[in-house]
Design a protein around this ligand. Structure first.
Ligand code: HSE
Length: 358
């Protein structure tokens, strides 16, 4: 399987490490040999149609800060001209070119989430789908803003669009809801979808200030580059949109979610809830009337949903099996990379059955 990887930050690098360490096992278990034939970061690209040497790719990234230093096979987006590197239009054109011209079955999109216009992920994904590439993305922005049309575009072009790592990091929340309850019906769900705010609220309960807890969450690599996306509820709302589309068959985007973050939650609120055996959590929910909300709520501390630290948890209410809760780490480079690998295996299995469908 030939893969174009766009975005070589923490998740992209962990994917390369995972492919390196699991290569033999993946081949034995799934008959699949994933090869990165092009890897793009913000400064350049490394290309090798026979497959990049992943050890070398990781090493040049560590030493030079860009995959463009991959020597023989590496290419600078702007012909080694740093001014040109800043010319976003030119870089944009080149990334489009790579996606269009490099022979590959899958695009893995791992550029940072942008919830304003979804770029550059939205263009990368659209471009790949239009050129017949399957897409695996961990970028929440394009899905939060345009998931119904992206799914339709993928369907129309006969390719798969997969995004396990966008919700719950490595925890298979989307797969559980989509595949493990066949024959049943999910009526509603609610959950803690943002690790950073959960960490802040948990730590405030233990005596840390908001700022101390946020600094801690940042140092653990959980917070978004702009932590306001976590604190103001954007990140949880984006994940709720992805779940509503995929699990409930809704056709919604960010504008369909009423959301509020944790900025107004005071220490007094937290301590008062504690006195009554409750805790305040940022809860994302889709109720039976399919209303989508993200808001701080006080919940019983014995509820299965009540997890602490950076954990995520989702309780699904199903028609026949009742309430089921999935809990796991909601973020992390290796965890999210493991979700990409799951998606790649699913794409491979569908390809071998001739089933390029969503
Ligand atoms: N900032 C996100 C969180 C990262 O805290 O949950 C994972 O999407």
């Amino acid at each position: 399987m030939r893969i174009i990887l766009v975005g070589f930050g923490v998740v992209g690098q962990n994917l390369a490490k995972l492919l390196l360490s699991r290569a033999d096992d993946i081949y034995v278990r799934y008959g699949m040999k994933p090869r990165l034939v092009a890897t793009v970061d913000s400064k350049g690209v490394a290309i090798n149609q026979s497959g990049l040497d992943l050890q070398r790719l990781l090493e040049v990234k560590r030493l030079y800060g860009t995959v463009a230093a991959y020597h023989d096979d590496g290419k600078y987006l702007g012909e080694q001209d740093t001014d040109a590197l800043e010319d976003s239009k030119r870089s944009r054109y080149r990334v489009d070119d790579i996606i269009r011209e490099i022979d590959a079955e899958v695009l893995v999109e791992a550029t940072p989430t942008n919830l304003n216009d979804g770029e550059p992920g939205l263009s990368n994904i659209t471009n790949a789908i239009k050129h017949g590439r399957n897409v695996v993305t961990v970028n929440k922005g394009p899905l939060a803003l345009a998931m119904p049309s992206l799914l339709e575009l993928a369907e129309y072009n006969g390719v798969m669009l997969r995004f396990s790592g966008t919700v719950g990091g490595g925890t298979p929340i989307l797969e559980f809801a989509k595949h493990c309850l066949k024959g049943d019906r999910i009526l509603s769900f609610k959950g803690i979808l943002n690790g950073t705010t959960n960490y802040i609220l948990s730590m405030m309960e233990c005596g840390l200030t908001f700022d101390e807890a946020l600094a801690d969450a940042k140092s653990k690599g959980y917070a978004e580059a702009d932590p306001r996306l976590d604190i103001d509820g954007f990140d949880a709302a984006a994940k709720l949109v992805i779940m509503a589309n995929w699990i409930m068959g809704m056709k919604v985007t960010m504008k369909d979610v009423i959301f509020k973050g944790i900025k107004d939650v005071s220490l007094e609120d937290i301590l008062e809830a504690k006195e009554h055996g409750k805790v305040i959590k940022l809860i994302a929910s889709c109720d039976e009337s399919r209303r989508l909300r993200v808001e701080p709520m006080s919940i019983d501390k014995n509820e299965p949903l009540c997890v602490n630290g950076t954990l995520n948890a989702v309780t699904f209410t199903s028609e026949h099996s009742g309430e089921l809760t999935v809990i796991g780490k909601g973020a992390g480079g290796m965890e999210t990379a493991s979700a990409i690998l799951r998606d790649l295996i699913e794409v491979r299995e569908a390809m071998s059955k001739g089933l390029n469908r969503n």
